[in-house]
Design a protein around this ligand. Structure first.
Ligand code: HEM
Length: 310
């Protein structure tokens, strides 16, 4: 495969950090001119190193700049059905602010907010964290199950997560699906040990896959090689919590939105009427797509958006 070194935002490939903030911004005035947006993005540029701050552009922002990114579109509204709701909550600009100290993240978030004013205002922020991190390089979902086990690795991770062969300004970019799930931990805790294992299709005790797990089991629904074409993504999800609620901030990076869509449709019962067991202990409350531009000389490469290297 083509060499993508230095072309992608490195935070996408790095393991998830100890703490992170997921910030969604919207335009303060939908009719704002492209020049004001460009000024805000130029101020954001020194902060957007692709590692401490990973940036994604929503389809509406690309349109506001009178540009086009192939394959980028809003989160589909038609995943819902078969008794499950999968909301679409479009966002304009997404910043995944990453680090190891929540205080530092607060200050970095404030810098990002100030840089983006007055064109953009913060719409939504969720604080994420790593849980039960192990030397294997994986953390756990709040249910106690390891999350990320079947992520593609090495060259396969690059192949799955980043656009390639599309030309300058696109190669190394990534299409991300961001979906906040709210867990019903009481419902999960009410399950017996075997039901918990069957829920995921893996054994909590040793993380081994259960060959004869029910068709509703999460890893049976989403088995990446079982799709046609195969549907590999690079998941970088993290647990989150606020005062009263907790869950998983599901984040999946792909070379396009296709693989996520194949998985989501099957989870929601659209392939065969069988709904993923996950919906019985957790509900998605947001769902948005963003395009994470590539990097060039350590800066976001926004040539595709007519802005050169920001
Ligand atoms: C509450 C929400 C979710 C939770 C708690 C969750 C948790 C997990 C866990 C524990 C695993 C097994 C270990 C691993 O391979 O990572 C897994 C696998 C996986 N999940 Fe999820 N997940 C959630 C939502 C989703 C969604 C929305 C998608 C995509 C639409 C998805 C796609 C996948 C994929 C592709 C795998 C690997 C399947 C394989 O190839 O074996 N998950 N998930």
């Amino acid at each position: 495969m083509q060499d993508l070194s230095n072309l992608y935002q490195p935070g996408i490939l790095e393991p998830v950090p100890p703490v992170a903030r997921y910030c969604v911004f919207t335009l303060t005035d939908p009719g704002i001119d492209a020049g004001a947006i460009q000024e805000a993005l130029t101020r954001l540029s020194p902060l957007a190193d692709g590692s401490d701050v990973v940036v994604g552009f929503g389809p509406s922002l690309v349109s506001a700049l009178a540009c086009e990114v192939p394959g980028l579109h809003e989160f589909p509204e038609d995943f819902s059905g078969h008794g499950v709701k999968v909301p679409a909550t479009p966002g304009t600009l997404w910043c995944w602010i990453r680090g190891s100290d929540l205080g530092h993240l607060l200050h970095l978030t404030r810098k990002v907010q100030k840089a983006l004013r007055p064109a953009f205002g913060m719409k939504h922020v969720v604080n994420g964290f790593r849980h039960a991190w192990s030397d294997s390089g994986f953390g756990k979902d709040l249910t106690g199950f390891e999350d990320g086990t079947e992520n593609p690795k090495g060259e396969k991770a690059l192949e799955a997560a980043f656009a390639h062969g599309l030309g300058q300004g696109l190669d190394g970019s990534s299409y991300v699906a961001v979906q906040q799930w709210v867990h019903d931990l009481d419902a999960f805790e009410a399950l017996g040990d075997r039901e918990k294992d069957n829920h995921f299709g893996r054994r909590l005790a040793d993380n081994e896959e259960i060959e004869d797990a029910p068709e509703t089991a999460h890893v049976k629904r989403t088995a990446q090689e079982s799709f046609d074409p195969e549907a590999f993504v690079l998941r970088r999800s993290m647990p989150w919590m606020d005062d009263l609620r907790a869950g998983l901030m599901f984040v999946a990076f792909g070379k396009s939105h296709q693989a996520f869509e194949q998985q989501m449709r099957r989870m929601a019962g659209q392939d065969d009427g069988i709904v993923d067991a996950m919906f019985s202990i957790s509900q998605p409350v947001t769902g948005a797509y963003f395009w994470c531009p590539p990097m060039r000389d350590g800066r976001l490469d926004l040539r595709r958006l007519g802005l050169g290297v920001a």
